[in-house]
Design a protein around this ligand. Structure first.
Ligand code: FAD
Length: 300
């Protein structure tokens, strides 16, 4: 019920636009690493100092105008330059709809190509985040076309899809982030029950650890993380074959302890004014995240 309310709020374009004008509010500053490039570089440096690498997301969605998509692309290019100039340990995550997928496929492809090309000059990886099912095949098409020219690009497989194993097999030679899945999808195409999603998530992670290139296991679920730790030990999978990923601001102690145990750890670092949809989806996933909001409101 609460989940549906937050998912509905996350897609409200009026509130999305309003939030852009007012800076980080409602506790979003706990989970969004600033609104501009200097702020995000500072956050990355702090994480790097703790042995954690970063994937940087210039927040944005609901982009239906070419000039907005072009501005988002320009901003991502500036982030790439800033990562290189500051010599921080970070790469890029981007959402195809932010750089024009809802406007025109070729326009979007050209934008992502420019980003991947620029990143490739610095040997920097670009992850194409996976959005809702409506955009899934087009996102795979982007990856198919770009991987003919570049090898610094990969994507995300969402375990809630019935066909997730098929997708994973198709992209086993890529660096792949495996997640449970964040969007509301129908029962025809996606598991709805948490137990089924978790079981499929574990199955995909194990398969990719044994058969894939490099696996990014993105979850805050300590049960799954503990399972993976046992699995890699039993199967002699070296630490440089995989990493754990979590979102900025979540389970900070667990992030630090995994890094200090010697696992590769990468924090997903979102920044920018367009924080509202991202923040509402985090509340939908875990209404307890409202604690973060309460702490911010009352700690003033
Ligand atoms: P959940 O299923 O939310 O939680 C499982 C259990 O873990 C909880 O019951 C609780 O015991 C524990 N737990 C979880 N969070 C906390 C917390 N904050 N504090 C204490 N205990 C906690 N989704 C996409 O669809 N596309 C993407 O491209 C994408 N990229 C992602 C990148 C990263 C780095 C991460 C971490 C997630 C990404 N997601 C993406 C979101 C993902 O699909 C899930 O919606 C999200 O991670 C919630 O699932 P979970 O596995 O973290 O655990």
């Amino acid at each position: 019920m609460l989940k549906d309310i937050f998912m509905g709020l996350s897609q409200n374009q009026f509130l999305n636009n309003a939030a852009k004008k007012y800076g980080l509010k409602m506790g979003a500053q706990s989970v969004v690493a600033g609104t501009n490039i200097p702020e995000v570089i500072k956050s990355i440096k702090e994480l790097n100092a703790q042995g954690i690498s970063c994937t940087v997301d210039n927040l944005g969605e609901f982009v239906f105008k070419e000039e907005e998509a072009t501005a988002a692309k320009e901003q991502i290019l500036k982030v790439i330059e800033a990562i290189n100039e500051n010599q921080v340990d970070a790469h890029i995550s981007l959402k195809p709809t932010q750089v024009g997928l809802d406007i025109d496929y070729s326009f979007c492809l050209n934008n992502v190509r420019e980003i991947v090309h620029q990143a490739s000059r610095y040997d920097m990886f670009v992850n194409i985040d996976m959005e809702d099912f409506k955009h899934l095949e087009l996102t795979f098409n982007l990856l198919d076309e770009l991987s003919m020219e570049f090898d610094n690009v990969g994507t995300v497989i969402q375990a809630y899809f019935h066909k997730a194993s098929e997708y994973l097999e198709r992209y086993k030679n890529f660096r792949i982030r495996i997640v449970k899945g964040a969007y509301k999808e129908s029962a025809e195409i996606a598991y709805q029950d948490k137990k089924d999603i978790d079981a499929n998530f574990i199955k995909l992670i194990e398969w990719h650890l044994l058969n894939g290139k490099y696996t990014s296991i993105a979850t805050h679920d300590h049960r799954i993380i503990n399972h993976v730790k046992e699995f890699v030990k039993e199967n002699n999978i070296p630490n440089d074959q995989f990493e754990f990923q979590m979102l900025y601001g979540f389970r900070k102690d667990l992030q630090l302890s995994l890094a200090s145990e010697g696992y590769h750890f990468c924090t997903y670092v979102p920044f920018g004014n367009d924080w509202y949809g991202y923040f509402m989806r985090r509340l939908a996933e875990r209404p307890q995240n409202l604690n973060l909001v309460a702490k911010q409101v009352f700690n003033k």
